[in-house]
Design a protein around this ligand. Structure first.
Ligand code: PEP
Ligand code: MG
Length: 912
């Protein structure tokens, strides 16, 4: 890892007193230091102290030593601290003791080091006894030796724990808090002996040396492995460094009028107003959080010490009003005097994020833009899906990729037909397959959840499941299905067909048995709320409720966003649902999904059949497509519907080569009956068989080889449109050509499409203009965008295939093969199939947008890959400047929210 002392390090101060800082200085003072400074500034009772800045830490980590002047500056601030507190370091009668705490800009709870009671030596024990008694003094001392030994001298912490266990056993007590002064005094001596035995040195008896060495140890703790791992996981850069806060010690364990607590200014789980927290009398802060004693509800403090309680309530109100946010606060009471030790903006659940943001708008603390900045699409997504009440203690069968969120319970079935027949009997089924293909879609629709052994987050199973709103776990490690025996082996045990399992598509976990499910009230209300054109009265959410908060912020996002939001859908129920959720059109209607299940045979006949098979199949395809298009255009009346020409990876529609080979071999074996038709099919499947179908005869290539398919589909769309127009409706179809690599492919397809529209119009005596666009899903298409734009009304970026082809990674296999390992080992932070890879794929999109628009300024620009529903990707796409995103219907509210957020976030970044 490389660290740089930033160029203004020489001008950045190495030490800042709390009295001289404020909350805007978190880069330099860390979050904790900046908040302590801010609270000091607004007059809250914060113990005195100062911060050694991140600039000093960076210097230390880069050069391996403190800045030359640091010791001197720390000396000056310590002297200042002595004068403001009236206590002196090393004064036997009333010593100044300090805490030395880490505190980076972004909170890394428990990852770095803290040492308390620094400055305690043999000489000052009498002063401490006077402050809190004999037991208190020795307890402070043994804690210092323990923390200093571990943190500064690197002694194994286990050695102290073992000694503590022995001391408790000897004293016949269960907890450390029951150890008396004599035991603690002996422990202190034993601990110091441990230091000498382990590292050959004792606790320094010079308070300043203790402080100096502790500062260095806290600096170094920036690079302990757990802190580095945490940073990687949280996406925190390695070169910020930590600040070190030196704060006068105040004690909550000096007697019955003392104590410590932690609290939130509102409920961080629900966002409800009111103060939530815990309090422990006669205890230090760490006793409250480490669970060694059961804390009391904070309200108990009002009986015990009403004046202190009132003071605290006042400070909490001040903090909320000042920070205009939910705050998380630590406090200590020493002999009836209240001290606020720390505050920060509190972490909260997704529900609380929405409720608090909306409530603070009503209270006039923040405006709607700020409220929008404080929530995000990931939080909204988690609020829209059913959840399991609890999975604790349940039997985990297996874990896979969380491919489509939700929580579903059903009986396992191993094939699509069974899924359909069982579902028809009213049973909830989970379709479990090695992987899914077009043949399985009927079963997927019938199932409540889909589980596959293979495949990534953009595999067939994942994409289809998200599109139709089914829970899905894909690429399950260690899942082996035995179709003949109708059983499956999972890492957590075996299951047989008919067994009930619970599938958590949000975590990727699969459990045996039926877990209790909680439905999402927010999702239900969102759908009911939207005007579905039926004229029915819409239910009002309860004021102040979570649902009301979500609706309020979504409405504001709609008001602010510039980007359009469409949905990927191919059936009228999905289209209607998308419309209820706020979609402004269909951005991708995958026509191959209209030819699934029983209809798949038509594609087979088109490809493998003779002349008359082909003609019959083509006529059927055209007729079915006509009906389907009528349905979807009706559902989206008045809004655009982008119909993509057929783009099936051919293997999904043809019989399986291996199965067919076995069938023909058995037919031809002694005792079998040769079947010429099966043999002909096998010859055909062999001819079209591809080693790499995802890069094979797909999209425009298939349309070039079988051009009649273009004409049939386009005619069906044109005649459906004309029919609806005649009926007084307002259809807005658009056409789109998939997997184009070269402008010549597009020109040829476009000419045929225009011809087909023309012929439909001539037959009808009407005129019709249907915009024609091209999908940009191959790097070559992006790089020849200026030429493609000449023949296209719009581009739609198919970022699934564009990611696959840019990275050269199969969207079906990469996750199981190596992507997961890449992410675990830190080679990749995120799955590029989920979150748009800005520097690679994003760059191609940018090039295509710029060059396409230059060639044709009125070029429309959309995105219809999975990234169009991913919050981070949406923000990136907004900054690239596309006109709309098109995502699966359940993610439409997420795209609306993030579309609005992208605008307000960009504005706040632009404002200095
Ligand atoms: C894409 O590739 O991003 C896309 C939308 O098309 P499909 O997922 O159907 O290949
Ligand atoms: Mg594609």
């Amino acid at each position: 890892m490389s660290l740089t002392v930033n160029s203004n390090a020489s001008t950045a101060p190495f030490v800042v007193a709390f009295a001289d800082g404020d909350m805007s200085m978190s880069d330099l003072m860390g979050g904790k230091g900046a908040n302590l400074a801010e609270m000091t500034r607004i007059g809250l009772p914060v113990p005195h102290g100062f911060t050694i800045t991140t600039a000093a830490c960076r210097h230390y980590l880069t050069l391996g030593r403190e800045p030359d002047d640091l010791d001197h500056q720390v000396g000056i601030h310590l002297a200042q601290l002595e004068s403001t507190t009236g206590r002196r370091l090393g004064n036997p009668a009333d010593p100044l003791l300090v805490s030395v705490r880490s505190g980076a800009k972004r909170s890394m709870p428990g990852m770095m080091e803290t040492v308390l009671n620094v400055g305690l030596t043999d000489a000052v024990i009498p002063g401490l006894v006077a402050r809190g008694g004999e037991r208190f003094a020795w307890d402070c001392y043994r804690r210092l030796v323990q923390m200093y030994g571990r943190t500064v001298l690197g002694v194994d912490g286990e050695l102290f724990e073992v000694a503590l266990v022995a001391a408790r056993r000897e004293a016949g007590v269960l907890s450390d808090t029951e150890l008396d002064a004599a035991s603690l005094k002996k422990l202190t001596t034993d601990f110091r002996r441990t230091l000498v035995n382990e590292v050959g040195e004792d606790l320094p008896q010079d308070p300043r040396e203790q402080i100096r060495r502790t500062i260095d140890a806290v600096f170094s703790s920036w690079n302990v492995p757990r802190a580095m791992t945490y940073r990687k996981h949280q996406g925190i850069g390695d070169d910020a460094g930590t600040a070190v806060n030196i704060v006068e010690m105040v004690y909550g364990n000096t007697g019955p009028d003392s104590g410590s607590g932690v609290c939130f200014t509102r409920d961080p789980a629900s966002g409800e107003p009111g103060v939530y927290g815990d309090y422990l009398p006669n205890a230090q802060g760490e006793d409250v959080v480490n669970g060694s004693r059961t804390p009391l509800p904070l309200q108990d403090l009002s009986d015990h010490a009403p004046a202190v309680y009132e003071q605290l309530m006042g400070h909490l109100r001040t903090l909320e009003t000042h920070y205009r946010d939910l705050c998380d606060v630590e406090f200590t009471v020493e002999d009836g005097t209240l001290w606020i030790l720390q505050t920060r903006v509190g972490k909260r659940s997704p529900a609380a994020a929405f409720t608090v943001a909306s409530a603070m708008v009503s209270e006039g603390l923040i405006d709607l833009d700020e409220a929008l900045r404080r929530v995000d699409g990931y939080q909204l997504e988690s609020l829209l899906h059913p959840r399991f009440m609890s999975a604790e203690g349940e039997l985990l069968l297996a874990t896979g990729l969380a491919a489509s969120p939700g929580a579903a319970v059903g009986e396992v079935v191993f094939d699509a037909q069974k899924a359909v027949s069982q579902a028809a009997e009213g049973r909830n089924v989970v379709l479990m397959r090695t992987e899914t293909s077009a043949d399985d879609v009927g079963g997927m629709l019938a199932a409540v959840a889909i589980v596959t052994a293979r495949g990534g987050r953009t595999s067939h199973a994942a994409v289809v499941a998200r599109g139709i709103g089914r829970t899905c776990v894909a690429g399950v490690d260690g899942l082996v299905i035995d179709l003949d025996a109708r059983t499956a082996v999972c890492p957590g045990g075996s299951i047989k067909e008919g067994d009930t399992i619970s599938v958590d598509g949000t975590t990727g976990k699969i459990f045996r048995g039926a877990l209790a499910v909680r439905q999402s009230q927010v999702a239900e209300l969102l759908e009911k709320q939207a005007d579905d054109g039926s004229g029915a009265e819409q239910p009002e959410p309860v004021a102040g409720s979570l649902a009301a908060a979500v609706l309020q912020l979504l409405a504001h996002a709609d008001h602010r966003r510039l980007i359009g939001v469409r949905a990927n859908a191919e059936t009228s129920p999905d289209a209607l649902r998308a419309r209820r959720l706020g979609a402004e059109g269909i951005g991708l209607c995958r026509t191959e999904h209209m030819l699934l299940g029983e209809r798949a045979v038509l594609v087979e006949h088109m490809v493998l059949g003779d002349e008359s098979d082909r003609a019959a199949a083509l006529a059927d395809i055209e007729e079915l497509a006509h009906t389907d298009f009528l349905d979807i255009l009706r559902a989206m009346d008045g809004l655009p519907v982008v119909v993509r020409l057929l783009d099936p990876p051919l293997h999904e529609f043809l019989p399986d080569l291996t199965e067919l080979s076995v069938e023909v071999a058995l037919n031809n074996a002694p005792g079998g009956t040769p079947d010429p038709q099966a043999a002909r099919r096998l010859a055909g499947v062999r001819r079209w068989h591809e080693g790499n179908p995802m890069l094979g005869l797909r999209g425009v290539r298939l349309l070039t080889v079988v051009p009649e398919l273009i004409e049939a589909q386009v005619r069906a769309l044109a005649t459906a449109t004309l029919e609806l127009k005649t009926a007084g409706m307002d259809p807005h179809p658009e056409l789109m050509v998939p997997l184009v690599a070269d402008p010549a492919e597009l020109s040829a397809a476009t000419a045929r499409m225009r011809g087909a529209i023309e012929s439909a119009c001539v037959a009808d005596g009407a005129t019709l203009r249907i915009p024609i666009g091209v999908m940009i899903e191959l790097p070559r298409a992006a790089l020849t965008a200026d030429r493609l734009a000449l023949d296209a009304d719009f581009f739609s970026f198919g970022t699934n295939d564009l990611t696959q082809t840019t990275w050269g990674m199969s969207r079906d296999d990469a996750e199981g093969a190596f992507l997961a390992e890449y992410r675990e080992s830190g080679l990749l932070d995120v799955d590029p199939f989920m979150t748009l890879d800005d520097v690679g794929v994003g760059r191609l999109v940018r090039i295509a947008v710029e060059e396409g628009r230059r060639a044709r300024p009125d070029l429309g620009l959309g995105v219809c890959g999975e990234h169009a529903g991913d919050p981070i990707s949406i923000r990136r796409l907004v900054s690239i400047g596309v006109d709309y995103v098109s995502c699966s219907p359940p993610r439409v509210p997420i795209a609306r929210l993030e579309g609005g957020r992208a605008v307000v976030l960009a504005e706040s970044q632009a404002t200095p």
